[in-house]
Design a protein around this ligand. Structure first.
Ligand SMILES: C[S@@+](CC[C@H](N)C(=O)[O-])C[C@H]1O[C@@H](n2cnc3c(N)ncnc32)[C@H](O)[C@@H]1O
Length: 187
């Protein structure tokens, strides 16, 4: 409940950045986790974890010997993430644009999975393309990129890099959300 009110409060303060009045629904979290193929992941990155609902869902599906680097712009949300007691989690107050630096800073190599809830619909062309390029550089061969989004705009940045997306719609979210999935070639 506290996380729902924090989420709404931050949405009212920064609507373009938070982009949703409520955290992801249980159905959406399940769909994101299924799309991410986490069973054998060693390094997972989350862009825009918010108050940590999606973070908890990812941690519950990740192996014991794995790490989750979560990059969140909003300091209040990062405070909430720091309350999650799980040694695998590395919460960072940073933008998705700083992904590569953060990866190196935390001694991690390439990621097996990168998930993004950041609103690509509100990000300008140059920054959107730069974030997806960084995702590509930080993703291991065969790695998976999942973006859950209100709009299709993320395709504009991702398809030139990763090719056509697999897309699923989660209708039990308000409003319904698209889940895009790409897999980087293995070689
Ligand atoms: C739609 S919310 C998703 C929150 C959470 N993952 C969920 O599904 O409930 C988008 C989140 O992305 C964060 N965000 C927006 N732009 C960002 C950026 N450039 N880098 C990191 N986080 C960002 C916002 O602060 C917000 O927490």
């Amino acid at each position: 409940m506290r996380s729902a009110s924090l989420f709404l409060g931050e949405f009212l303060r920064r609507p373009a950045e938070v982009a949703s009045m409520v955290p992801s629904s249980p159905w959406l979290k399940r769909r994101i986790v299924a799309a991410a193929s986490l069973a054998d992941a060693h390094v997972v990155i989350e862009l825009g974890p918010g108050t940590g609902g999606t973070t908890r869902a990812l941690l519950s599906a990740m192996p014991e010997a794995s790490q989750l680097l979560s990059l969140e712009l909003n300091e209040r949300f990062v405070e909430s993430l720091r309350g999650i007691e799980d040694e695998r989690l590395i919460p960072c107050c940073a933008s998705a644009t700083e992904l590569e630096t953060q990866l190196v800073e935390h001694g991690l190599v390439a990621a097996d999975v990168i998930l993004s809830g950041i609103p690509f619909s509100r990000i300008d062309q140059r920054q959107g393309a730069a974030i997806v390029d960084t995702v590509n550089r930080c993703l291991a061969p065969g790695g998976v990129f999942v973006a859950y989004q209100l709009s299709r705009r993320v395709k504009r940045f991702s398809e030139p890099v990763f090719g056509p997306a697999e897309v699923a719609m989660e209708w039990r979210s308000l409003p319904p959300i698209r889940v895009f999935r790409w897999q980087k070639p293995s070689v």
